[in-house]
Design a protein around this ligand. Structure first.
Ligand code: AMP
Ligand code: GLY
Length: 431
């Protein structure tokens, strides 16, 4: 059968790679794909991003089902369009994707359903927003309401920074429509964790635990990025926390969406802030929802799936995810992102990428911002260029293997962290 993966990042390369390993699959089309999916075994890129063109393509090619990677096509209604045409697709509808595409919607939803989250207020008027910031004081967090490619959140340590963010979003309109409304939020402290599940409108299948590193520099310092690496499992999510997250966050979210007439299907990612203290009582708050797999969390997660993932997705599409289970590799998977010079502010593109070691059973280099030039040269085309992902018997072994490969890859001005996974290593000396 032929499948379609929508998107072109590292997460989509990993999805296509995992799906292409199924005996049932003859080809995985990736729209638009990247330099990795251009040459991957049983993969083919198609240069389409328009929703109606994707529907036509799926019909013409007799695609068995489609799966959506990033948020933009979800927010553009790709799932609604496929379903209207009688095509099978796994992802959130446009209405459900508001959990990610509008922070104000997500906050209101959490309040309506008593899902724990930071206190907040929403503004469209700069003067009222500034008055609120004066009243609350710093630190405080300013968020553009809409999708801003991971750049719409300003964690302001001073009032001045928060006020500048307001000027930027509501005054200068730097984020366009996405920043025409802002959410101002209480500053939370603790350790962040990602919790990702698959939903079929009624039932939930939690994926293995995972954690990413958002800061550019070692020791979780420097500017926020889309993610400089990730690993699975994530020891912070103990069985006690796992149960609490399901009970306090995931199930109320699923049930709340169903009660509001917007049944949730697709991947659902809750970004959590977990306070200090014993697991049974420490504070647990939702920082954000994403209606998709995390990137780069998806790369280590997909590397650990041992069963035929096409079957899991089919059950999810049929509303039978309660009958599915995933056979997780017991080993740890860890992915190291190789980013371009200038990332995240102004990534340089067009640099050639060479000396990528051959993939092995234990180590795969997933592509993200890469493109295959007409002359066959692989070049960088985005901020996060590659994610080298390795499996190991311990997190240290996985780390050693991923770094052995990452250090060999040649890309002018490449940036990567040397300590991905440090939080999961007991008494880490890498921190
Ligand atoms: P978000 O896109 O909402 O997850 O925000 C991006 C990053 O900003 C998060 O991963 C956190 O590191 C940080 N952040 C977001 N909201 C808060 C908050 N209320 N308090 C502290 N940090 C936050
Ligand atoms: N790695 C964080 C995200 O995908 O949003």
């Amino acid at each position: 059968m032929k499948l379609l993966v929508i998107g072109g990042g590292g997460r989509e390369h990993a999805l296509a790679w995992r799906l292409a390993q199924s005996q049932r699959v003859s080809k995985v089309f990736v729209a638009p794909g990247n330099g990795g999916t251009a040459t991957g075994e049983r993969m083919q890129n198609i240069p389409i991003t328009d929703v109606q063109e994707l529907v036509q393509f799926a019909q013409t090619e007799n695609i068995h089902f489609a799966v959506v990677g990033p948020e933009a096509p979800l927010a553009a209604g790709v799932v609604d369009a496929f379903r209207s045409a009688g095509l099978k697709i796994f992802g959130a509808t446009k209405a459900a994707a508001q959990l990610e595409s509008s922070k104000d919607y997500a906050k209101g939803f959490m309040v309506r359903h008593q899902i724990p989250t930071a206190a907040y207020a929403t503004f469209t008027d700069a003067e009222s927003a500034k008055a609120y910031i004066h009243e609350q004081g710093a630190p405080i967090v300013v968020k553009a309401d809409g999708l801003a490619a991971g750049k719409g959140v300003i964690v302001a340590m001073t009032e001045a920074e928060a006020l500048a963010a307001i000027d930027d979003m509501l005054g200068a309109g730097s984020f366009g429509d996405a920043g025409a409304q802002v959410v101002i939020e209480e500053f939370l402290t603790g350790e962040e964790a990602s919790f990702i599940v698959m939903c079929d409108g009624q039932n939930v299948l939690p994926l293995a635990t995972s954690q990413d590193h958002k800061r550019l520099k070692d020791g979780d310092q420097g500017p926020n990025t889309g993610g400089m690496g990730a690993y699975s499992p994530a020891p912070i999510v103990s069985p006690t926390l796992h149960n609490r997250i399901m009970r306090e966050v995931i199930l109320p979210t699923m049930n709340g969406m169903a009660r509001e007439g917007i049944p949730y299907s697709g991947f659902l990612y809750a970004g959590l802030m977990i306070g200090d203290g014993p697991d049974a009582t420490r504070s647990l708050k939702v920082l954000e929802y994403n209606c998709r797999l995390g990137d780069p969390e998806a790369q280590p997660l997909l590397m650990r799936i041992k069963n035929d993932f096409t079957e899991t997705l089919e059950l999810a599409i049929q509303g039978k995810i309660d009958q599915a289970s995933i056979d997780w590799d017991r080993r740890t998977a860890l992915g190291v992102v190789i980013a371009a010079a200038g990332y995240p502010e102004a990534p340089r593109t067009g640099d050639s990428i060479t000396a990528i070691p051959e993939d092995t059973e234990h180590c795969v280099t997933f592509h993200a911002g890469t493109a295959l030039r007409e002359d066959g040269v692989l070049v960088s085309s985005g901020g996060r260029v590659l994610c080298v992902t390795a499996l190991g018997d311990s997190i240290r072994r996985a780390q050693e293997k991923a770094y052995a490969t990452a250090t060999k890859i040649q890309l002018e001005g490449k940036q990567f962290r040397n300590d991905i996974g440090w939080r999961a290593i007991p008494n880490s000396d890498l921190s």
